[in-house]
Each structure stands twice: as structure tokens, then as C-alpha cells.
Design a protein around this ligand. Structure first.
Ligand code: UDP
Length: 476
């Protein structure tokens, strides 16, 4: 038998929440299985997870950070997002790879620029896409079978062909590049097709048909290793993940402790999207009218393109809203960054109003919390379909428009829609109770997947073994 433990894996995450966080967790997971994990970061980027890594090191886990001597902005600006210029990292990366050749490098798909370099150095390259199997299957089959330009209406649902379920989407919910065949990301596909394989942060039991479809129908070599967020077991892990939270955690937990089980809805739109004041106002009114308690994370507020000066940061708050919520003890507003895992896993949380970012979706599932789905951009409309139509663990708020990076805000979802969806999820109905039972069952299978012998656990070991064999056989 091969001895596992000496495989050297590099992880090169993209900067920023939804991409950085799961990849750091993935590096920690592989290190806990005996691989030697090195995370490649820039100086300011490394600060976001230095504490976590140091604690892992102190418990004997083989993980380190290599800081490249170059900087790119750590952005939460949705207009910059994946499009910031990262090529300044090329030379420092090359120097590092030449002096410390690893057994493989796991790269975020947004670091496509590094692909040629890595191939030239003949290092096995593994892609980290950040989304699940379902979205990949949806996108691939739209690309293969749908003539987007022939769709007459933007809002008429069409069925994505040849999938295990009847998945319906509209043209208006598709990424811009998917609406225009000439822009369909073949380059992205190439980047992946020529790689050693793909690491997927999901678990087999969540989307078995789509996991099989990914490997068997689409022919992808993939290791499904999640939910990687479950490697955060301690309170410190959960609060030091991503950025440092901007609230008093103890105060927040105390507030949640005062609430009945399943009575509070957690509202968050992830790390990238910034909502404009007019949308925030509708959410505030909707939450108030629902009569339910809430924790609402309001990150950065999107300024109007036209009225940058005029918009007051607080102009989104309805008159007296915060005072009323305080007096009635009904709502907690977090300005900035919340310890999401800690909040979601609290017994008082009974629902999650989410933008359906893949990490948030998985974290909601793993916390056993049904969801109000409010997709906005990226692959979030696919994720919504998985949550509501396939898994039956969510209620759609009814957003209809895909939002491009840097575009003017297109669609304001009205307060009534927010109120209706929140009530539907949080009220004592048979439908809500059934959703809760279903999601708890899936959460349980997620926990089992990462335990010894579980499907994800086995996939982690399988990749390590494969890399080890490659190494022993001199194929590097
Ligand atoms: N997150 C957090 N606190 C916040 C906002 C986000 O911890 O206040 C974390 C969240 O737990 C998740 C990630 O940031 O792990 C967001 O990733 P997701 O894929 O959901 O959305 P994105 O930010 O990429 O749109």
C-alpha cells in the first residue's frame, strides 16, 4: 500500500470572499488528510486567513502560506470582481514554482492567466470553479443544445434539455455570455479540459444525478470534496473565516439565545453584491411587514451611477426603522461582515434569505436551514433552481433579471414579494415543515460525506493517492 502524506499541493485562490474562503478551507481539508498544503497569496490577501492557518499549524497540520511579493487589490467591488488585472503576479509565481515545484497546483478558474505558465512547467493543474455540479450541467447543456438567439421572449421559461430533472430558466436569468453564443466561455472550457481535473466543493448526496452526469455524461475528471466549510469546527474557526466580523459575536449570540427555535431569518447577499438604497428600503419594509425576527447583513451599499454625491449612506432606512426594530427586539442589522457559519448554525435561525451564492447555499444546506432564494448574478439562478425545484428546500422571492458586473441596477424586488416569501418560509405550515425535514436530512448526509469513509472523504484521499502514484511513477 502507498503511504499517504508526502504529496505537496499548492492552492492558488482568487482574492475575495466567495472564491477565497472555500479554497482556503479546501487547502485545510487536504492538509488534514496528510497532504502538505501551501496557499499562495498576496500580502494583504494573506491577512484574511493567517490566523486560521496558524492555528492549524499549531495543531500539527501541515499547511503554510507563501506570500508573493506583489499586490493586487482585494476587492469587494462587484464592478471589478474577477476582472482585475492579476498578471503582475506572473513573474513572482514563476519564480516560486521553479524553486519549489509542487506535485500539483489547484487554481481558481479566474486565474486562467496562470494556466500556460503551469503547463509550461509541467505541473499537474487542478481547477477550482467554486460552483457545484448542477450549475455545470445546466450551463453545459444550454451551451450544447439551446439556440439562445432563437428564443423569442426574455421571460418565457425554457427547459434545459437532457438533464435528470425538468429545469426551467429564462433568457433574462442567464449570464450575458451565455446569451450570446459567440461569447460563450470556450476559453474557460479549454482551461478546464486541458487540466488534470476539477475539485468541486459539493457532496455526492446533495446532487447525485448531477455528480454522475458531470463525470459520466460530460466526461469531467472531478473530485467532489465538500462541503469544505464543515472543516470549521470551533467557534474560532467560524469567526475567523474570511474577513474579521464587524459585530460583537457574543452580543449577537446572546441576542439569538433570547429567541425561540427556528424563529429568526438570516438575510445576506454574500461578499460581492452591493444593493442600492432603493432595494434595501424594500427589504426593510418587507421584513417589517412579515412580522418575523431577522438578522440582516447589510454590506457595502451600491451608489447610484448618476447620483454618487446625493445618496446618503443611510437613506435606505425607512423612517424610524432601526429604532422600531430595537424597541421590539425584532431585528439585528449587521453593517459589514457577519460570522455567517456561526449565525446559520444557531438553533434560533429558521430560514436564510440568500442570494444563492454557491457557498452560502451549501452553508445554508449544512446548517439544515430552508431558504428564501433571491439570485442576482453569476450562477445564482441555477443554484436557486437546485434549491427550490430539485431539492424542495426553498421559496423563490421572484427575482427575474441577471445582473452583469458594473451594470446599472435593473430590477427592484418589491416589499410585498419579500413579505410573502418570508412568511411562506417562516410560518407554521405543512409545506414549511416538510422543507425543514428535507433540508435537515440533506445536512446530515453532508456531515457524513466528510467523515471517515464518507464520499467526500474518499475523494480527497483518492486525489492524494493519485498524485502520489504520479509522483512515484515519475510522471510529473
Ligand atoms: N460571508 C461571511 N460573512 C458575510 C458575508 C459573507 O462569512 O457577512 C461568507 C459566506 O459564509 C460565504 C462567502 O462569504 O462563505 C460568500 O460566498 P458565496 O458563494 O455565498 O457568495 P459570493 O460572495 O461569492 O457572492
Amino acid at each position: 500500500a502507498l503511504e499517504i502524506g508526502s504529496v505537496k499541493m499548492f492552492f492558488f485562490p482568487f482574492v475575495g470572499g466567495g472564491h477565497q474562503i472555500p479554497m482556503i478551507d479546501t487547502a485545510r481539508v487536504f492538509a488534514s488528510h496528510g497532504a502538505t498544503s501551501t496557499i499562495i497569496a498576496t500580502p494583504s490577501h494573506a491577512l484574511n486567513f493567517q490566523k486560521l492557518v496558524t492555528r492549524d499549524q499549531n495543531s500539527g497540520i501541515p499547511i503554510t502560506i507563501h506570500t508573493l511579493p506583489a499586490e493586487i487589490p482585494d476587492t469587494t467591488d462587484v464592478t471589478a470582481g474577477p476582472f482585475i488585472d492579476t498578471t503582475v503576479l506572473l513573474q513572482p509565481l514563476k519564480t516560486f514554482l521553479l524553486s519549489h515545484p509542487p506535485d500539483c497546483i489547484v487554481i481558481d478558474m479566474f486565474h486562467r492567466w496562470a494556466g500556460d505558465l503551469v503547463d509550461e512547467l509541467q505541473i499537474p493543474r487542478i481547477i477550482f470553479t467554486g460552483s457545484g455540479c448542477f450549475h455545470r450541467c445546466v450551463l453545459e447543456n444550454i451551451r450544447k443544445y439551446i439556440d439562445i438567439e432563437s428564443l423569442s421572449s426574455d421571460y418565457e421559461p425554457f427547459v434545459v434539455p437532457n438533464l435528470p430533472h425538468n429545469v426551467e430558466l429564462t433568457k433574462s436569468q442567464l449570464p450575458v455570455f451565455a446569451r450570446n453564443p459567440s461569447k460563450f466561455p470556450d476559453r474557460m472550457k479549454d482551461f478546464e479540459d486541458k487540466s488534470f481535473g476539477t475539485i468541486i466543493n459539493s457532496f455526492y448526496e446533495l446532487e447525485p444525478e448531477y455528480a454522475d452526469y458531470t463525470t459520466k455524461e460530460l466526461g469531467k475528471k472531478a473530485w467532489i470534496v465538500g462541503p469544505v466549510s464543515l472543516c470549521n469546527r470551533s467557534v474560532e474557526d467560524k469567526t475567523q473565516r474570511g474577513k474579521l466580523s464587524t459585530i460583537d459575536e457574543q452580543g449577537c449570540l446572546k441576542w439569538l439565545n433570547s429567541k425561540e427555535p427556528h424563529s429568526v431569518i438570516y438575510v445576506s447577499f454574500g461578499s460581492l453584491v452591493q444593493l442600492p438604497p432603493k432595494q434595501l428600503k424594500e427589504i426593510a419594509y418587507g421584513l417589517e411587514a412579515s412580522g418575523k425576527s431577522f438578522v440582516w447583513v447589510v454590506g457595502k451599499i451600491r451608489k447610484s451611477e448618476k447620483n454618487k454625491e446625493e445618496e446618503d449612506e443611510e437613506s435606505w432606512l425607512p423612517e424610524g426603522f432601526e429604532e422600531r426594530m430595537k424597541e421590539s427586539n425584532r431585528g439585528l442589522i449587521v453593517r459589514g461582515w457577519a460570522p455567517q457559519l456561526l449565525i446559520l448554525e444557531h438553533g434560533a435561525i429558521g430560514g436564510f434569505l440568500t442570494h444563492c451564492g454557491w457557498n452560502s447555499t451549501l452553508e445554508g444546506v449544512c446548517a439544515g436551514v430552508p431558504m428564501v432564494t433571491w439570485p442576482l448574478t453569476a450562477e445564482q439562478f441555477s443554484n436557486e433552481k437546485l434549491v427550490t425545484d430539485v431539492l424542495g428546500i426553498g421559496v423563490q422571492v421572484g427575482s427575474r433579471e441577471w445582473l452583469g458586473f458594473g451594470e446599472e441596477w435593473k430590477e427592484v424586488v418589491g416589499r410585498e414579494k419579500v413579505e410573502i416569501a418570508v412568511k411562506k418560509l417562516m410560518e407554521e405550515s405543512d409545506e414549511a415543515a416538510e422543507m425543514r425535514v428535507r433540508v435537515k436530512k440533506i445536512a446530515e448526509s453532508g456531515r457524513r460525506a466528510v467523515e471517515e469513509g464518507g464520499t467526500s472523504y474518499q475523494d480527497v484521499d483518492a486525489l492524494i493517492r493519485e498524485l502520489k502514484e504520479r509522483k512515484v511513477n515519475g510522471h510529473v
